[in-house]
Ligand binder design. Structure first.
Ligand SMILES: [Zn+2]
Length: 119
């Protein structure tokens, strides 16, 4: 299974980075994880939040947040529309089901009406 991340929201904050003090370098992102294979994809309900400074390339963990950062974070968090968790089947999956139905139907006809297949 492959994993991809769906970005729900990304925002560059106006706040100073607690590590390098540069402005407009903090990137707050909200993501959801989706795993997929040939036949289905599965979305996880859990939202992965992260804050990274693009300047000093540090991940800013909540313990390092200032009150201002926390306020901005809470504001953005409220605007997030998460994707419901669940499984979605792909076109290949439905194609496989269709082929199975056709084969079953063919087998059924063959077993019940063998005369149709005789010359
Ligand atoms: Zn920084």
């Amino acid at each position: 299974m492959k994993t991809e991340y769906i970005i729900l929201k990304e925002a560059v904050l106006n706040n100073n980075c607690p590590e390098c003090y540069s402005k407009e370098s903090l990137l707050l992102s909200f993501k959801q994880r989706r795993q997929f294979s040939k036949f289905f994809s599965k979305t996880r309900g859990e939202i992965i939040e992260s804050m990274d400074c693009k300047k000093c390339e540090t991940t800013i963990f909540p313990g390092r947040w200032t009150d201002d950062i926390e306020r901005v974070y809470n504001y953005h968090k409220k605007t997030i529309n998460s994707i419901p968790s669940g499984i979605r089947f792909t076109r290949s999956f439905y194609l496989l089901i269709l082929i199975a139905i056709i084969l079953t139907a063919a087998l059924y006809i063959f077993l019940n009406h063998p005369e149709l297949f005789q010359q």
